[in-house]
Write a protein that binds this ligand. Structure first.
Ligand SMILES: Cc1ncc(C[n+]2csc(CCOP(=O)(O)OP(=O)(O)O)c2C)c(N)n1
Ligand code: SF4
Length: 284
């Protein structure tokens, strides 16, 4: 195991008690336990409180624009698939603004880990409802409550043959560390959604709210993450009981394996047949 302080970044600006702290701690533990050195991975993020995640870590990082985490992360992977790539996004960033990129990634199966910080609000822009806000949830912008039911993103992922789907809770750090480790070592697209309380703007889905509802799905009788129908039902379960743990595992060829040009090694290490300047001149 590597020392945790190897990953120490700058001091954070998150509110005291924010669920992002538990996620950061669990992520560092997972890296240390897997002995992944800071130079061996890159964290790509978008915009939001979640987007600040890599700032508080020592690692390679790319801070993209809102909703565009996945295309950037996929580009990094295709350029250098020797790097471990982690994409970090908020529920608004990934399921709202970047929803189409999620669909593309589910189809393509790039070998990267996507972590969705699901606090059921747009936190950076002060608490508007997001695609995962519960129906009836009131905000300053939705004073009569959200009119429609939330998006079941994990069910969407299962239905679209995602190769690994899991959910954790920022209030259960040891359990979450195990999930990060599994997602980071899975070959193919791994979607890990983490229930992340926002103590400032979400006064409904609090630590206590989640604590009363989350249960370890892996300890349930009939646990069967290779069974698509079982996984779909679990991914849709939301209310009095909310499953956490690995929900779906579906090994399938990755995007990188399906690209003949990558067989000769990472693009970053390949010599182009013609100099890049000359190639570009064909287009101008
Ligand atoms: C293209 C674009 N649209 C909208 C915004 C404004 N904006 C910045 S952060 C944000 C919401 C972030 O919410 P979420 O992704 O859930 O992350 P959180 O802050 O809750 O972690 C929005 C709408 C933006 N910066 N860029
Ligand atoms: S506003 Fe919410 S998500 Fe943002 S740092 Fe504060 S508690 Fe965390």
């Amino acid at each position: 195991m590597l020392p945790i302080d190897l990953y120490q970044g700058i001091e954070s600006a998150w509110c005291p008690g924010c669920g992002n702290f538990g996620m950061l701690k669990a992520f560092k533990h997972a890296l240390a336990e897997l002995e992944i050195r800071p130079e061996a991975f890159v964290v790509v993020s978008g915009i939001g409180q979640s987007g600040k995640f890599p700032h508080y870590l020592k690692c390679n990082t790319f801070n993209g624009i809102h909703g565009r985490t996945l295309p950037v992360a996929t580009g990094v992977r295709l350029t250098n698939h020797e790097l471990k790539v982690v994409a970090v996004a908020g529920d608004g960033d990934c399921y709202g603004e970047g929803g189409n990129h999620l669909l593309a990634a589910l189809r393509r199966n790039p070998d990267l880990t996507l972590v969705v910080h699901n606090n059921q609000v747009y936190a950076l822009t002060k608490g508007q409802a997001s695609p995962t806000s519960d129906q009836g949830y009131k905000t300053l912008l939705q004073p009569h409550g959200v009119a429609y039911p939330p998006l079941h993103a994990l069910a969407l992922a299962v239905a679209q043959d995602c190769s690994w789907v899991g959910r954790g809770f920022a209030g259960k750090i040891e359990h979450l560390t195990g999930l990060y480790k599994q997602a980071l070592t899975h070959k193919g697209f791994a979607l890990l959604e983490v229930l992340q309380p926002c103590v400032t703007f979400n006064k409904i889905n609090t630590y206590q709210w989640y604590q009363q509802r989350v249960y370890d799905v892996e300890k349930e009788p009939g646990y069967d993450p290779e069974n698509e129908l079982w996984a779909y039902q679990k991914a849709k379960e939301w209310g009095e009981r909310i499953p956490i743990g690995v929900i779906y595992r579906n090994p399938r060829p990755t995007l990188e394996e399906m690209q003949p040009v990558l067989k000769a090694g990472p693009l970053a290490r390949q010599q182009p047949e013609r100099p890049v300047r000359e190639l570009l001149s064909d287009f101008f």
